[in-house]
Design a protein around this ligand. Structure first.
Ligand code: GRF
Length: 200
């Protein structure tokens, strides 16, 4: 299942990939932390069930975490993909499911919500994207895959982010497919994808 907060182009890439059975995974549901976003429309168009759990609708963040966990559990996902989901997941969700996130920078550089802007203002010449397992920190979990994207003269946040997202979508689809088909193991901070792997 996929969690989104915005335009959902990464979600769309997963929906498109799963149209081919050989991909080995399908999107069983899409969850969001807000209404009225393109990500939810994309799910509805693909006949995938959706739900919204807003932090503000719950008395505490812990209650939100509980409600989100219960809602995700209804769909019994093998994997939860955070694809542009702009909330920090709580301990219950993280304790109940394997969660993968996609981040528009080469972690551990430029963690957090403004990675592209910060990479640009730092003046790096190469940035990129990271697919990683989610742990209790913000963009600190074990890295699964990364790909570099060059910064071009004249780039602004939007142009650079768009080029990163083109790479990000391809990488996310590739990694989610491989995890679904072949499994994975985690040893310390090292994630290995492979047929012999069993989940841990
Ligand atoms: C992606 O770059 C993701 O890494 C970041 O927000 C963007 C989401 O894009 N956190 P989309 O909603 O999948 O189009």
């Amino acid at each position: 299942m996929v969690l989104v907060s915005g335009s959902g182009t990464n979600l769309q890439a997963l929906l498109d990939a799963s149209a081919d059975e050989a991909f080995g995974a399908r999107v069983v549901a899409v969850g969001a932390d807000r209404d009225g976003i393109e990500g939810l429309t994309r799910a509805e168009r693909a006949d995938v069930p959706t739900f919204v759990q807003k932090v503000g609708d719950h008395a505490t963040r812990e209650k939100w975490d509980e409600a989100l966990t219960a809602q995700i559990a209804e769909f019994k996902p093998d994997l939860v993909v955070s694809a542009g989901f702009m909330k920090i997941l709580g301990p219950r969700v993280l304790g109940s499911f394997s969660v993968v996130n996609t981040h528009p920078a080469l972690l551990p550089a430029f963690q957090g919500a403004h990675a592209v802007r910060e990479a640009l203002s730092y003046g790096v010449r190469v940035t990129g994207c990271t697919v990683h397992l989610v742990d209790a920190g913000v963009d600190t979990g074990p890295v699964i895959a990364q790909e570099a994207v060059a910064v071009q003269d004249g780039d602004d946040e939007e142009s650079l982010h768009e080029r990163i997202k083109t790479v990000e979508r391809r990488l996310l689809v590739e990694i989610v497919g491989r995890m679904a088909r072949d499994g994975w193991t985690v040893s310390g901070r090292t994630v290995r994808l492979g047929r012999a792997a069993s989940r841990s």
